[in-house]
Design a protein around this ligand. Structure first.
Ligand code: DOR
Length: 392
């Protein structure tokens, strides 16, 4: 297969390297068949200027085993930085707050960003006012399931509708990150019937976990947007199958197990996924729920179109040799002690999946190989991803 391009990860460097760092996370990528990643700006400091994006590129050039790119984060008053940003796939807006302090909630600020910038925009869509109102209503609850009542269906749908409206009126490309409800799939389907400005993404936790899993997994599946119902899992999968959602990404968001073990509501939101998500989808192929061609379209090709990535996503003459060899018959059980991610745990620990990456190449260099059960990694570095919007 072409190497997977994960267009939504939180690799925590700089500033939060007790949770994750580029060396560990990029080994997790190589093991998982992910040859390129696009990383979110909620590091410390937040990547909200060109200088801070360039600082991350410089760190990655000496730490990342796979190819890398970094979003620039929006704030209520950095539109000049956003207008002139280069060497980035696009702009990330937290329309609802999540881990960190990035938030652009005011309508005026959002109108300014959508009207004055030209890079593709993506957003975390959960309505801040709805979340705050629900949080007051459920204040004092120590039940983890409350998380999905606070960050509820309405919060997701309101914010996604608001962002689609901005994209339509300003004729601006917009990517809905981590769709968590069937209602959002309907909103996106309706928008796509009218125009081409909107694209969308699903994550494994919103495909495979539901509120019923809180009892078994507790805070390990506390995420923003929250996990929802089994009907939402089905609606999101249907959205992938009918082309409403074109990308699968992880939103890999590690926290230490000590942090995750704090009681609700102190336990942070986020889970790691980068090293297991191709296997999760290959297992779906083996179960007959989708084809390998669809997995390649969702995880390799589509991200190149959404983010104007040059020379990746296909096996073709002239394209970069970012490749992954998969063994569709191999069964492996996910174990916390085998995880390359620095946080050292997986919400899928104990699950046996059929279909695994066994060899990964980045720009023609072998970076990972599974040899009789032993994982071997190269000691090389990937390259900065290039974007067609740089040369347009
Ligand atoms: O649950 C989440 N955690 N959702 C996000 O959007 C951010 C992420 C994080 O950075 O921890």
């Amino acid at each position: 297969m072409p190497g997977v391009i994960d267009d939504q990860v939180h690799f925590r460097e700089p500033g939060l390297t007790q949770k994750e760092d580029l060396a560990h996370a990029s080994r997790a990528c190589a093991k998982g068949g992910v040859t390129s990643f696009l990383e979110m700006p909620n590091t410390i400091p937040n990547a909200t200027t060109q200088k801070l994006v360039d600082d991350k590129l410089a760190i990655a050039s000496k730490a990342s085993l796979v190819n890398y790119g970094f979003y620039i984060g929006a704030t209520p008053n950095n539109v000049d930085d956003l207008k002139h940003a280069v060497r980035t796939p696009g702009i990330k807006i937290f329309i609802g707050s999540s881990t960190g302090d990035l938030l652009v909630d005011s309508q005026d600020a959002l109108e300014t960003i959508f009207s004055q910038t030209s890079l593709p925009i993506c957003a975390h869509c959960e309505d801040e006012a709805t979340v705050k109102r629900n949080a007051e209503r459920y204040a004092g609850s120590t039940d983890i399931a409350t998380h999905s009542k606070i960050r509820d269906h309405e919060a997701a749908a309101i914010a996604t509708a608001r962002a689609i409206d901005l994209a339509e009126r300003h004729q601006h490309r917009f990517h809905v990150l981590h769709v968590s409800t069937a209602a959002e799939v309907d909103l996106i389907r309706a928008a796509k019937a009218k125009h081409n400005y909107v694209t969308a993404e699903a994550c494994p936790h919103h495909l495979f976990f539901s509120i019923e899993d809180y009892e078994r997994l507790g805070s390990l599946v506390k995420m923003n947007p929250s996990i929802k119902t089994k009907a939402d899992n089905e609606g999101i999968f249907a959205g992938l199958l009918d082309g409403t959602i074109e990308v699968i990404a992880t939103d890999h968001a590690p926290h230490t197990i000590q942090e995750k073990n704090l009681p609700y509501p102190q336990c942070p939101s986020g889970l790691p996924a980068v090293e297991n998500y191709l296997a999760l989808m290959l297992d779906q192929v083996n179960q007959g729920r989708c084809s390998i061609e669809q997995v390649v379209a969702w995880m390799c090709e589509a991200p190149t179109r959404v983010w104007d990535i040059s020379n990746k996503g296909k096996i073709e003459v002239g394209y970069d040799a970012d490749l992954v060899l998969v063994d569709m018959d191999l069964e492996r059980t996910i174990r916390n002690e085998d995880q390359q991610t620095k946080c050292g745990w997986s919400p899928w620990a104990g699950e046996t999946l059929k279909g695994w990456p066994v060899k990964t190449w980045v720009m023609g260099k072998e970076v990972f190989r599974l040899d009789n059960g032993t994982e071997q990694f190269a000691n090389t570095f990937g390259s900065a991803i290039e974007y067609q919007h740089e040369t347009a």
